[in-house]
Design a protein around this ligand. Structure first.
Ligand code: ADP
Ligand code: MG
Length: 701
C-alpha cells in the first residue's frame, strides 16, 4: 500500500485483491471512500462479555467461548441434519448451539475453535441447558491477522458481509484504511456543525467503525450515536441541498405569467357544478399564485381518492385557457383518459371550450385530424395517454400540463411534456398519497398542495373482510343494493405475471354472475385486452347506469367516477398491495349513499392478513400509504425502477424521518441564505463530484 487516498480503488488496498474487489463492487463498494462510508448495521459490546454462567434466558447476548463438541444429528444424508455444538468458557456452565439444516457447519465449527456467539439465550427443552438457536458466530482466530483487539474486548462493529468478505475482514480493512488515511476535511458548513453540535467528519467516520469505549449500545443499535446521527444528517443534507438548488434553478426559468382577471373568476364560477370545499379553495389559491408568477409552476396536487382533485385541475385549466393558452391532460390508461375527457368536456361545454381526446387506439385518420387541430390551436384541452407525448404532437401554445397519477410516469416523461411548450406550468395530481418522507425526497423538487378534506355529505365506506367460502352471502347482500337502485364493481387482481389469469377469472365470473346469480340484470365486463371500442362501451354503459354490475380486472383502479356505484367487491384481495386496495375502494363512496367495500380472500400469509386488517380498520389514505411503505419498503413502494429513490448509504427514510426533516430545513436555509458566490460554487462543485450521480440530481448547477 504505497499511497492510499479516498479515490483509490479497493482492489489496491492490502487484503483485497481482484476477487474480493469484485465481491465488494457487487455491493456498490468501489473506492476507499465507499468503504469509509460503509456503516456497520449492528454493534456488539464485547468489551464486557458475559460468561456463560451469567446468561439469563430471554436476553440477547454475546459470549466468547470455545467449541467443545460438535455433531450432526438426524437425517444427515439428506442434508437436513441438525447441527449441535457445545461451547465452554472459563465458567463451569455449558452453552448449546443448534442449527437446523446445519450439516455444513461440521467442517466449520470444529472443537478447539474460539468463537464469539451472538443470539437469544433460551433453556433447551430437552437437556435443560442454556442454548441459542441459530446464533450468529464469528471465528476469533484469523489466519490473516491473528486475534487482534479489533474483534473482541471492545464495542465491535458487525458489517453485512459481501460475498466472501466477512464482517471480520471488513473490520480489518476499515481499520487499515482509517489508520492510513490522513484525516479528511469536513465538507459540511462549519456554522451548521457548530450550531447542531455535530462531531466533525473524521471523528464521526472513525467512530462509526470503531465506537469509543463508553458508547451507549442502545443508541448505536438505534442508529442514534452522535457519529451515526452526523453521517445520516450529512447524507440527507446534501440530498436536500441538491433538491433545493434544482428548485431554485427552476424558479429562474422564464415561464408564462397568467393574468387572474375578473373574467377568469367569472368563468370559473360559471363552470363550477358544486361549491368547492375549503380545502379545494385553498389549493386553487396556491396554484393560482404559481400560475401568476413569471416562472413555470411545478406543483404536486395530493389528495385522497375522491377528494375532488379533478375539479381543481379544471379551475386551473380555465386560468390557462382564458389567457389564450392550451391545456394538456395526461393520464396513465386509456380508460382514465376517456374518463377525464368526458369529465372536462362536460364541464367546459358551457364555456365554449373545445376538448379533444388523443389515445393510441384511435384510428390513424382520427389522430391526424386531432393533431392538426391541436397544432392550429383550435383545441383548448387535449386529454390523452402517452400518445400525447409523441414527437409529432405539437401545440400552438401549451400553457398548462396536468399529469394525473404521477407515480406511473417516469421523471423523463414529465420532462418531455415540459419541452412541448414554452415552459408550460405543470400540475401533477396523485391519488396515491405519498408519505411525507417520500414527498421530501423523490418529489422534493416539487411544491406540494394537499386537499385534506372530502366533499360534504360523504359517508365513510364500510369495509368488510370475507373468506371466499362465504361468497354466496356477499352476492345476496349485493343483490339488495342492486335492487335498491345502486351499482357495483367486482374486481380481480392483476399482478404482472398474471394478466391473462386475472382476465380469465374475470370472464368466468362475468358469465357466472350474469347467468346464474343475477339473471335479469345487466352485468358488464371490462379488462385490458378488450378492443378499445368495447372498453369504452362497457364503461359508458356503467356510467349511464344501464350496467348494474361491472366485472373487471384492475383497469378501473384509477380515476373512475360513478357516484351511484356503492359496492366494491375485490376478489383475491390477499394478492393486492395496500395502496392498490385503497385506490379500488375509492371508486365507491362518491355519492351520498352508504357504500361498502368487501375484501374476499383465500389463503393468507401474515403480511396479507396485516394488509387486510389495516384496510378494515382505516380509511385514511395517508395512514395507509405510510403502512404500505413500512410493510413493503421504499424500493417496492412505487414499483422498483420508477421510484427514483436515492441510493442512501446510511440514512433510512423510514427510521430517520426526524433527521430528514432537520436536514431539509437546514439545507433550505443554507441555500437561501448562503450569501457568498464562492460558498455556493463550492457547494455546487461538491454536489457534482460527490452526489449527483447517486442522487440523480441531473440538473444541479
Ligand atoms: P379525485 O380525482 O380526487 O379522486 P374527483 O375529482 O374524481 O376526485 O372527485 C370525486 C367526486 O366528487 C366527483 O364525482 C366530483 O364531481 C365530486 N366532487 C368534487 N368536488 C366536489 C365538491 N366540492 N362538492 C361536491 N362534490 C364534489
Ligand atoms: Mg382522479
Amino acid at each position: 500500500m504505497v499511497s492510499v487516498d479516498i479515490h483509490t480503488p479497493l482492489m489496491y488496498v492490502k487484503g483485497v485483491g481482484p476477487a474480493r474487489a469484485e465481491m465488494l463492487a457487487a455491493k456498490g463498494l468501489a473506492t476507499v471512500e465507499d468503504l469509509v462510508a460503509y456503516a456497520p448495521f449492528r454493534y456488539e459490546d464485547r468489551s464486557n462479555v458475559k460468561t456463560i454462567e451469567q446468561l439469563a434466558p430471554g436476553e440477547m447476548a454475546t459470549v466468547i467461548a470455545e467449541v467443545r463438541t460438535a455433531r450432526v444429528a438426524g437425517f444427515q444424508r439428506r442434508a437436513l441434519g441438525m447441527f449441535e455444538a457445545t461451547f465452554r468458557d472459563r465458567s463451569p456452565a455449558i452453552l448449546l448451539g443448534k442449527w437446523f439444516h446445519g450439516a455444513y457447519l461440521a467442517n466449520v465449527l470444529v472443537p478447539g475453535l474460539r468463537v464469539a456467539l451472538y443470539g437469544k439465550v433460551e433453556l433447551d427443552s430437552y437437556s435443560g441447558e442454556l442454548s441459542m438457536l441459530h446464533p450468529e458466530f464469528e471465528i476469533l482466530t484469523d489466519d490473516e491477522d491473528g486475534d487482534s483487539p479489533l474483534h473482541t474486548g471492545r464495542v465491535t462493529p458487525i458489517y453485512e458481509a459481501a460475498g466472501k468478505v466477512t464482517t471480520r475482514l471488513f473490520r480489518v480493512l476499515a481499520n487499515r484504511i482509517l489508520e492510513t488515511l490522513d484525516p479528511l476535511p469536513d465538507p459540511l458548513p462549519k456554522a451548521i456543525l457548530d450550531r447542531l453540535k455535530l462531531p466533525d467528519y473524521w471523528t464521526a467516520a472513525c467512530q462509526i467503525h470503531f465506537p469509543p469505549a463508553d458508547s451507549d449500545l442502545r443508541l448505536l443499535n438505534g442508529f442514534r450515536s452522535p457519529a451515526q446521527f452526523r453521517m445520516i444528517f450529512e447524507e440527507f443534507f446534501w440530498l436536500e441541498c441538491g433538491l433545493a438548488l434544482k428548485k431554485s434553478k427552476a424558479r429562474q426559468i422564464p415561464g408564462i405569467a397568467f393574468q387572474l382577471t375578473d373574467r377568469v373568476r367569472e368563468r370559473i364560477k360559471t363552470m363550477l357544478p358544486f361549491r368547492p370545499t375549503p380545502a379545494q379553495k385553498r389549493v386553487l389559491g396556491e396554484i393560482a399564485v404559481d400560475m401568476a408568477s413569471p416562472h413555470p409552476m411545478n406543483r404536486l396536487l395530493q389528495g385522497d381518492v375522491g377528494s375532488g382533485k379533478t375539479l381543481v385541475a379544471a379551475e386551473a385549466a380555465i386560468i390557462a385557457i382564458e389567457n389564450h393558452c392550451q391545456v394538456a391532460v395526461l393520464a396513465p390508461t386509456e380508460i382514465l383518459a376517456s374518463q377525464h375527457y368526458y369529465y372536462f368536456k362536460n364541464l367546459f361545454q358551457k364555456l365554449g371550450y373545445v376538448t379533444a381526446l388523443l389515445v393510441g387506439s384511435q384510428s390513424q385518420r382520427e389522430k391526424v385530424q386531432i393533431k392538426k387541430l391541436l397544432a392550429e390551436g383550435l383545441v383548448h384541452v387535449a386529454v390523452g395517454t402517452h400518445a400525447l407525448l409523441e414527437e409529432d404532437v405539437g401545440f400552438k401554445r401549451l400553457g398548462l400540463a396536468i399529469v394525473d397519477e404521477q407515480h406511473r410516469f417516469g421523471v423523463m416523461q414529465r420532462l418531455r411534456f415540459m419541452q412541448k411548450g414554452a415552459q408550460p406550468d405543470v400540475l401533477v395530481m396523485t391519488a396515491t398519497p405519498i408519505p411525507r418522507t417520500l414527498a421530501l425526497t423523490i418529489y422534493g423538487d416539487l411544491e406540494v398542495s394537499v386537499i385534506d378534506q372530502l366533499p360534504p355529505g360523504r359517508r365513510p365506506i364500510v369495509t368488510k373482510h370475507v373468506t371466499e367460502d362465504r361468497i354466496e352471502q356477499v352476492w345476496s347482500s349485493l343483490k339488495r343494493e342492486i335492487d335498491a337502485g345502486r351499482q357495483a364493481y367486482v374486481v380481480y387482481p392483476v399482478i404482472e405475471e398474471s394478466e391473462t389469469q386475472a382476465m380469465k377469472a374475470a370472464e368466468k365470473m362475468h358469465l357466472h354472475l350474469k347467468d346464474v346469480v343475477f339473471p335479469g340484470y345487466r352485468v358488464g365486463l371490462l379488462h385490458g385486452r378488450l378492443p378499445a371500442d368495447d372498453k369504452e362501451a362497457a364503461m359508458e354503459s356503467f356510467q349511464r347506469g344501464e350496467t348494474r354490475i361491472l366485472v373487471s380486472t384492475t383497469v378501473i383502479e384509477v380515476g373512475v367516477d360513478v357516484p351511484n356505484a356503492t359496492v366494491m367487491v375485490v376478489e383475491q384481495a390477499e394478492r393486492f398491495g395496500l395502496s392498490q386496495l385503497h385506490q379500488l375502494r375509492g371508486r365507491v363512496g362518491r355519492g351520498p349513499q352508504q357504500s361498502y367495500c368487501v375484501l374476499v380472500t383465500g389463503k393468507m400469509n401474515d403480511a396479507a392478513r396485516e394488509r387486510i386488517r389495516t384496510l378494515v380498520e382505516s380509511g385514511d389514505g395517508f395512514y395507509i400509504a405510510e403502512m404500505d411503505l413500512k410493510l413493503r419498503g421504499p424500493g417496492e413502494f412505487f414499483g422498483t425502477r420508477q421510484a427514483g429513490l436515492p441510493a442512501l448509504r446510511i440514512g433510512n427514510i423510514l427510521r430517520d424521518q426526524d433527521v430528514l426533516e432537520l436536514a431539509r430545513s437546514e439545507a433550505q436555509a443554507f441555500i437561501a441564505s448562503s450569501g457568498s458566490e464562492e460558498e455556493m460554487h463550492r457547494v455546487v462543485a461538491y454536489l457534482k463530484t460527490h452526489w449527483q450521480r447517486r442522487y440523480g440530481l441531473v440538473t444541479v448547477g
